[in-house]
Design a binder for this molecule. Structure first.
Ligand code: ADP
Length: 479
């Protein structure tokens, strides 16, 4: 694997960042130390120059007989490292202790001439720098210019020595920081390695396992907590998937077993044409059930995969309900039931007609299916300022409270055997719930055993000037 620094391990990256920060900090530190020392040494030099100038004035400059000032000291009486020059204000030189002919001290700057004391940095011909003090002194009423200078070589040298020492320790500090940083990063990331190793061991069959949380307040604790939450969701999804696959296989096996059994029976001995016809009719009935079941399974699979994209249009709920009820009227008639539609107040809603039909037809179909003959199934449409609803009320057996909670679960049936015999797979209400949720609505149930059931589909009203949205945010959990 190509180990580019930015694709290197977190440990290496932390170490490199740590080193980079340390290097910048050290560089800034060295810069400040050097600047401070330079300032300190320059200040000391200035004090020395002032003292030296004082000495020159008090010890060596004396007034001669011709009222001119003369130098009374020896060459050795002044420190050799100092450059000393004394002159009258008009430039007539009294004394200077340096002989370089190629170096002439520049004339006193006009501005500086007004100042009694000023410092100047001059470049010497040999490349060195000279810090020069210039003092205007009046001695016995005569204006004199005293100049005392010294090269700044010793400052540069001291700074250079210090830099050398710092430079010598720099690689050592970096080496120490590298080793220390790498070690610390390793220690910090050790729990992460453990988490990774643990996650590696978790397979689809061990989704019940959880990561240990040593400290819930640190970042690794948060990470473990998040991974645990993810595992919990995965476990739930896997178990729902297993349950769903198991239930679906079971439901498919029942009609297949029935077909197999009737097929084998007629093949065992020759039977009349009429019996063959009955067998094929019975087999087709099973195929029809399977067809319905596969259709329902497909709908739920597509709903889970979010591959159904509804197209909403503004429709009058009362009108849609009337039309859909009319389609199922024949079933109620066949059972000798009375199907009534009452519209107290209709309203405009955003519907994908085909999807809404699945919900409405499943609930109305159940009502017709479970309610006895000679009873009335009432379909009522009404509205509040915000919502519009349709209620399907039957006088069937009702649903006990303990079943009401689970009635919308996939494959859930109150009486599995009875329901299966009559073709029910337990998917109708879960599909209805999904279909209404996709419209931004919900279904509620009111039921009492022996007194019937009432399913209410509530949908948001669509305002006249508001267009239908592309989708309603569905909060329905996949059951
Ligand atoms: P099924 O295909 O079995 O009808 P559903 O999901 O439509 O599946 O309904 C789930 C279960 O709810 C049914 O098996 C039935 O026991 C019960 N149920 C649904 N609607 C009614 C109703 N109107 N009256 C009584 N029980 C009902």
């Amino acid at each position: 694997m190509n180990r580019h620094p930015f694709t290197a391990s977190i440990r290496t990256r932390i170490t490199l960042w740590h080193l980079a920060v340390l290097m910048v900090t050290l560089a800034i530190y060295i810069f400040f130390i050097q600047s401070f020392l330079r300032y300190q040494l320059a200040s000391e030099l200035k004090i020395n120059l002032i003292e030296e100038a004082e000495e020159v004035v008090t010890l060596f400059l004396k007034r001669g007989t011709d009222s001119h000032f003369v130098w009374r000291g020896h060459q050795e009486s002044v420190q050799q490292s100092y450059w000393i020059a004394a002159s009258h204000i008009d430039g007539i030189l009294i004394y200077r202790n340096f002989t370089q002919t190629d170096f002439v001290l520049p004339p006193v700057p006009l501005a500086a001439a007004k100042e009694p004391r000023s410092f100047h940095t001059l470049a010497l011909p040999d490349g060195n720098s000279l810090l020069m003090l210039q003092e205007l002194r009046q001695i016995d009423g005569v204006d004199l210019v005293i100049r005392v200078g010294r090269t700044t070589n010793h400052i540069s040298q001291e700074l250079w020595h210090l830099l050398m020492i710092q430079g010598l320790f720099f690689p050592l500090i970096l080496l120490f920081a590298w080793v220390g940083g790498y070690f610390i990063a390793g220690r910090v990331l050790l729990p992460l390695q453990k988490i990774i190793a643990r996650i590696h061991c978790i397979t689809a069959n061990q989704l019940h396992e959880r990561l240990p949380i040593d400290n819930a307040n640190d970042e690794l604790g948060h990470l473990s907590f998040t991974v645990n939450e993810l595992l919990e969701k995965l476990e739930r999804s896997f178990s729902q998937m297993r349950q769903f696959t198991g239930d679906a296989s079971h439901e498919l096996r029942t009609p297949l077993a029935a077909m197999l059994s009737v097929g084998e029976t007629v093949l065992r001995a020759p039977v009349s044409a009429r019996e063959y016809q009955d067998t094929i009719a019975s087999m087709l009935e099973e195929v029809d059930k399977m067809n319905h079941l596969v259709g329902d399974l497909l709908t739920l699979a597509r709903a889970d995969g979010d591959t159904i994209h509804p197209v909403f249009e503004k429709l009058d709920l009362g009108q849609v309900v009337k039309e859909e009820t009319a389609r199922l009227e024949i079933l109620a008639d066949d059972k000798g039931q009375y199907l009534t539609v009452t519209i107290h107040q209709s309203c405009s809603v955003c519907l994908d007609r085909a999807i809404f039909r699945q919900a409405f037809a499943n609930i109305l179909h159940n009502a017709i299916h479970y309610a006895p003959t000679q009873t009335t199934i009432a379909v009522v449409v009404d509205a509040s300022p915000k919502d519009c609803w349709v209620e399907i009320i039957d006088a069937g057996p009702g649903i006990a409270v303990e079943h009401q909670r689970r009635i919308f679960d996939r494959f859930y049936r109150v009486d599995p055997d009875r329901s299966r015999n009559t073709g029910g797979s337990g998917l109708g209400l879960s599909i209805a719930q999904w279909a209404i949720a996709i419209h931004g609505g919900k279904i509620s149930l009111t039921s009492a055993v022996g007194r019937g059931s009432s399913f209410r589909i509530v949908l948001p009203i669509s305002l006249a000037d508001t267009p239908c949205p592309a989708s309603f945010s569905s909060t329905m959990s996949k059951g």
